[in-house]
Ligand binder design. Structure first.
Ligand code: HEC
Length: 190
C-alpha cells in the first residue's frame, strides 16, 4: 500500500516530467470559465441595447419616448454604478402591479386634476410633494451587491438573477439564459 506521501511525490514527479500539465487541472479550467463569464457580463452591462421607455424622470422630463441606452445609461458613475448626478427615476419598482402582500398600497390623488394613482411607495414625492415625483427613486450604488440581497428599495428581487429578470421583462431586453448568468456573474464582482 502506498502512503499519501508517495502519492504526492508521484504526482510531483509526473508534473515535473510533463505527464500532467497544470493548465489541465480542473480548478484552472473553471476559473478561466468564470473570468470569461464576468468579462462577457461586463460587456453586456456596458453595451447590451435597452430601449428605455416610460421611465419617470427620464423619458417624460426629456420629452423622448424611447431612449436607446444600456445599463450604464442610468448606472453611470465610474466604479460605483449609481448616477453621477443624483437623478431620481421611476423604473416601475413601486408600481401597484408589482405589489406583493407584504407591501403597503398607497392611493394618491392629484389635488388639481383629480387623477388617482396607486403605488407601494410614493418615493421622492414624499420629500417634494410633487405629483411627478411619485415612484421615483435614486439609482442605487452597485458596489458590493453580492453582500446585500434582496434588491431594489422594497427588496422585491430576492437575488441578482431576479433583479436582472425584472429589467429583462420591464424593458423587453431579450437576454438569453447564458447572458443572464454572465450578467449576474459580473454584478457579483462589483
Ligand atoms: C432607466 C434607468 C435604469 C436602467 C437602464 C438600469 N437601471 Fe438599475 N436601477 C435604476 C434605479 C432608479 C434603481 C433603484 C430602484 C429602486 O430601488 O427602486 C436601480 C437599481 C438596480 C439594482 C438594485 C441595487 C440595490 O442595491 O438594490 C440593480 C442590481 C440594478 N439596478 C442593476 C441594473 C442592471 C444589470 C441594468 C441593465 C440590465 C440596469 N440596472 C439598468 C435605474 C436603472
Amino acid at each position: 500500500m502506498r502512503s499519501d506521501g508517495d502519492d504526492l511525490e508521484g504526482a510531483f514527479r509526473r508534473v515535473c516530467s510533463g505527464g500532467l500539465r497544470l493548465q489541465d487541472a480542473p480548478t484552472r479550467d473553471s476559473s478561466a470559465r468564470r473570468q470569461r463569464a464576468v468579462a462577457h457580463g461586463q460587456a453586456l452591462f456596458n453595451s447590451k441595447p435597452i430601449q428605455i421607455t416610460g421611465v419617470g424622470g427620464l423619458n417624460d422630463d426629456l420629452g423622448i419616448a424611447t431612449i436607446n441606452g444600456t445599463c450604464t445609461t442610468c448606472h453611470n458613475a465610474p466604479n460605483a454604478g449609481d448616477h453621477s448626478v443624483p437623478l431620481p427615476l421611476s423604473i416601475g419598482v413601486a408600481d401597484a402591479s408589482r405589489r406583493t402582500p407584504d407591501m403597503p398600497l398607497y392611493t394618491l390623488r392629484n389635488k388639481i386634476s383629480g387623477e388617482k394613482t396607486q403605488v407601494t411607495d410614493p418615493g421622492r414625492a414624499l420629500i417634494t410633494g410633487q405629483w411627478k415625483d411619485i415612484g421615483r427613486f435614486k439609482g442605487s450604488v452597485l458596489r458590493a451587491l453580492a453582500t446585500r440581497a434582496p434588491y431594489f428599495h422594497n427588496g422585491m428581487a430576492k437575488d441578482l438573477g431576479e433583479a436582472v429578470d425584472f429589467y429583462n421583462t420591464r424593458f423587453g431586453i431579450g437576454l438569453t439564459a447564458p447572458e443572464r448568468a454572465d450578467l449576474v456573474a459580473f454584478l457579483k464582482t462589483l
